[in-house]
Design a protein around this ligand. Sequence first.
Ligand code: SF4
Ligand code: SF4
Length: 368
Amino acid sequence: MAANVFFWNLSSSRRVPFDRRLRRLLKESGYASFLRPGDLVALKVHFGEKGSSGYIGPRLLKPVVDFFRKTGVKPFLTDTNTLYVGQRGETVSHALQAAEHGFDPLLLKAPVVIADGLKSNHEVSVIGPGRHFEHCYLAGDILDADSLINISHVTGHELTGYAGALKNLGMGCATRKGKMHQHCGLGPGLDQARCLGCGDCIEVCGGGALWLDVEGKINIDRESCTGCAACLLACRQAALQVDFKVEIPVFLERMVEYAGAVLSAFTRPVLHLNYLLHITPGCDCSGGNNGPVCPDLGVLASLDPLALDQASHDLVNQAPGQTSVLPAGWQPGEDKFAALHPSIEAQYCFEYAWKLGLGSREYRLVLV
Ligand code: SF4
Ligand code: SF4
């Protein structure tokens, strides 16, 4: 059955102020009826990696906070620490990065809560809904919330081809351990040439899986590794790294299963918002700045994350392309995400989400 996807089409409403149109979109979604005064409502966002300008900034999120605060709930802005060691790999740097990007709790009237704890050990285990995982490891403070609003910036992505609501749920709500399990199964990749033999990783390895050989270089016993990812953060030489070698379809299935685990952890529906603004070839985790692949399109809302992603993917592909950003040879009408990331079939993720029962690939666009 087709799911409703509410669409604020930017091109149809250039004269209407952004906040007013966004309020209308949220009202039409009907989500306020699921909330009760005093609820703690997690707004899962992305605060942007250092140097990135593509993320959805505070000015574009404030109307959402304001709308829901008026219903009597207490929204907070949240994300989880990254698996790679960048500016958002632990909570102190991550929270400071959010502040540098203007996420000011006093202005927004919503605090920033990094949901998986200082070093991403604040996790809740949820039964996996698919064939890859018995348990999925999710950020404790997202699961503690009374309701979840999943706010995604639609972009291309180096590993998923397309990134939107399902990725923001599956990867974005996982702890480092959960992210590690999706990306590389168990255990980090080793680059022994970089290892200085300091032993810092061995100290944090609860599984006792790491040791130094006679040359003072790091080694791993994969049988003992629990995939907790603590060593990645401990190593300042990048001698322990995320091993991205897992097959893409397997990775996409794992990510979708995590998305399903997040949805299953909430008794109430989750609201999903996709911002189709400044749609860049890569995601907001990259510290660089890219031009957009097509014009800004607007904002979409749905209770169905799959229908929302399918609609977002289709709208981007129906829009005119920015040939200076898309690869040479791209022709109007061709799939932009496939052209940008030719080795990834992004829609495989949609197919698998449908098989898992996470939503519908059919949608009805409702213009607001
Ligand atoms: S923390 Fe890094 S440099 Fe130190 S022993 Fe472990 S792998 Fe080697
Ligand atoms: S992932 Fe965890 S258990 Fe595995 S080697 Fe690293 S610290 Fe040890």
